[in-house]
Design a binder for this molecule. Structure first.
Ligand SMILES: Cc1cc2nc3c(=O)[nH]c(=O)nc-3n(C[C@H](O)[C@H](O)[C@H](O)COP(=O)(O)OP(=O)(O)OC[C@H]3O[C@@H](n4cnc5c(N)ncnc54)[C@H](O)[C@@H]3O)c2cc1C
Length: 403
C-alpha cells in the first residue's frame, strides 16, 4: 500500500490539536473530527458532559485550568510543556515551574475548534474531515481508517478520540472480541470543610498572582501527594458549613447552562466564589472553604454504546472523602458532615485495561506507527488537572517523530 497521507489524527479535541501543533507543517495531515450528530453525553442524572463528539470535543467546555507543577511526572519533556504554554499564553508572566505547587486559571481557555481552524488557514497540507471513524486496520506501510463510507490511509496514526471513545476504536484494530463493559477512571471534587481566617491564610491569599492571561493560585497536597486541595473565601450562605457545596455543582456546567441553573435561585455565596475563582476578587473572609480533588480508579462503567453508569463503588468515594479530611494540610479544619458528597471531576482516563495496554505497547514498539495520545492509556494521572499535561505529551511526541 502507498499511503495517501503522512498522518491521520482521529479526534479534534485538545489532544488532537496538540498533535497537529507538534507535527511538521510540511506533512500531509487529515484530522477526523468525529462529527456525526452523537453530540453530548452526560454523567448519570446530571447535565455535566463527560464526552462531546465534534470539533473541539470536551475542549469546547473546559475551564482551562493548567497545573504549573506535575507531581506524577506525566510530562517527561518539560521544554515541550513550557513551549506549548508560551504558545497559547505568549504575554503571560506566569510560567510553568515543575516544583511550584500552583495552578494557572486562564481568563480565556484554549478552544481547540478555533485553534484548529486557525492552523488550517496557515497550513495548506492540513485537512479536517467532519466524520466519525468506524474502524481502523493496519496494512503494510501504514493504516487505513474507515469513515462515512470511505477509506483514508496514512503512514502514521494518532488516536486522540478521548478516553471514552478510543478503546472502542482500538478494538476494531486488534480484532479482539469487544468488551461488553469497561471501567473508566476519573477525579472527584469534594468539600473537605472550612478553615478560619489566619495570618497563614492571609499569606496564601496574598500569594495569588494575576496578569493579563489569568491567575496563578496556590495548591496544597496531603503528605502522600495524591490529594490536591484549594481554598476559597466562604461568604454569605457559603459561610455555613456544608451549605455551599451542592450549589457549587452548577459551576461544573458549561457557562450558559450554569447561568440557567442559577436563575431564580441566586446564591450570593456562589457568586462571590465565582468572582474569586475567575478574578481573585474578594480574597478576605472570616472563613474559607477547603476543596479537594483526587483520582478514583475504575469509578464508572462504560457500555458498548459509550453510556456511563455508576459510580461503581460509593463506599470508595466516602472513604476518599474521609481520608481527604484526615489528611488535609490544615490543622484547624472543621470537617464537612458529608464526606460522601462529590462532583465529577470530568477528567476521564484509564479506560484501557492492563491486557490492552500490553498489546498497545507491543504495537507501538513494533514497526507500527500507531500512537494513542489521549488519556485512555493513562492509568495514573495524579491529583492535578490532566488535560494540558496530556496535550504536552502529545505535542512532544508529534514533534520528536516528525521533525
Ligand atoms: C466543564 C468542564 C470543565 C473542565 N475543566 C478542565 C480543566 O480546567 N482542566 C483540565 O485539565 N481539564 C478540564 N476538563 C476536562 C477536559 O475538557 C478534557 O480532559 C479534555 O478536553 C479531553 O481532551 P481530548 O482531546 O483528549 O478528548 P475529547 O475532548 O473527548 O475529544 C475527543 C475528540 O475525538 C473525536 N472522536 C471521538 N470518537 C471519534 C471517532 N470514532 N472518529 C473521529 N473522531 C472521534 C470527538 O469528536 C472529539 O473531537 C473539563 C471538562 C469539562 C466538561
Amino acid at each position: 500500500m502507498t499511503p495517501q497521507l503522512d498522518d491521520i489524527v482521529v479526534g479534534a479535541g485538545l489532544t488532537g490539536l496538540a498533535v497537529v501543533a507538534g507535527l511538521d507543517p510540511a506533512r500531509k495531515i487529515a484530522v477526523f473530527t468525529g462529527q456525526d450528530g452523537e453530540g453530548l453525553l452526560s454523567y448519570p442524572g446530571t447535565q455535566m458532559p463527560y464526552a462531546h463528539f465534534g470539533p473541539g470535543g470536551l475542549g469546547a467546555y473546559w475551564h482551562g485550568v493548567i497545573p504549573l507543577c506535575d507531581s506524577t511526572g506525566l510530562v517527561e519533556n518539560r521544554d515541550a510543556f513550557a513551549r506549548l504554554f508560551a504558545h497559547f499564553y505568549p504575554s503571560s508572566r506566569i510560567r510553568p515551574e515543575p516544583r511550584a505547587d500552583r495552578l494557572f486559571v486562564p481568563w480565556s481557555p484554549i478552544r481547540p475548534a478555533r485553534e484548529l481552524a486557525g492552523l488550517k488557514e496557515k497550513r495548506p497540507n492540513l485537512t479536517t474531515v467532519d466524520a466519525s471513524v468506524t474502524s481502523i486496520r493496519s496494512e503494510a506501510g501504514g493504516f487505513v481508517v474507515e469513515a462515512g463510507g470511505s477509506q483514508t490511509s496514512a503512514r502514521r496514526l494518532w488516536l486522540a478520540a478521548g478516553a471514552v471513545a478510543t478503546p472502542r476504536l482500538l478494538e476494531t484494530l486488534t480484532g479482539k472480541p469487544a468488551a461488553d463493559s469497561r471501567t473508566i477512571s476519573d477525579h472527584i471534587i469534594g468539600y473537605a470543610g472550612q478553615i478560619p481566617a489566619s495570618a497563614a491564610v492571609a499569606d496564601i491569599m496574598q500569594s495569588i498572582r494575576r496578569d493579563r492571561s489569568g491567575l496563578d493560585i496556590p495548591a496544597f497536597y496531603n503528605q502522600r501527594g495524591d490529594i490536591l486541595y484549594t481554598i476559597r473565601p466562604a461568604m454569605f450562605d457559603f459561610a455555613t458549613l456544608d451549605k455551599g457545596f451542592e450549589k457549587r455543582a452548577v459551576f461544573g456546567l458549561p457557562l450558559s447552562r450554569g447561568l440557567a441553573g442559577l436563575r431564580g435561585r441566586v446564591s450570593p455565596g456562589l457568586i462571590a466564589e465565582a468572582l474569586f475563582n475567575k478574578a481573585a476578587i474578594g480574597r478576605t473572609a472570616k472563613l474559607y472553604s477547603v476543596y479537594y480533588q483526587a483520582a478514583l480508579p475504575g469509578l464508572y462503567a462504560l457500555d458498548r454504546q459509550l453510556a456511563l453508569t455508576g459510580p461503581v463503588d460509593q463506599d470508595a468515594i466516602r472513604a476518599l472523602g474521609v481520608r481527604a479530611q484526615q489528611e488535609a494540610p490544615f490543622a484547624d479544619l472543621m470537617p464537612s458532615h458529608h464526606p460522601e458528597r462529590y462532583l465529577p471531576g470530568i477528567h476521564m482516563h484509564g479506560s484501557l485495561d492492563t491486557a490492552e495496554l500490553t498489546d498497545l505497547m507491543a504495537l507501538e514498539n513494533g514497526a507500527q506507527a500507531l500512537h494513542v495520545v489521549d488519556s485512555s492509556a493513562l492509568s495514573v494521572i495524579g491529583p492535578e488537572h490532566h488535560s494540558f499535561r496530556v496535550m504536552a505529551r502529545a505535542f512532544s511526541m508529534a514533534r520528536s517523530l516528525s521533525h
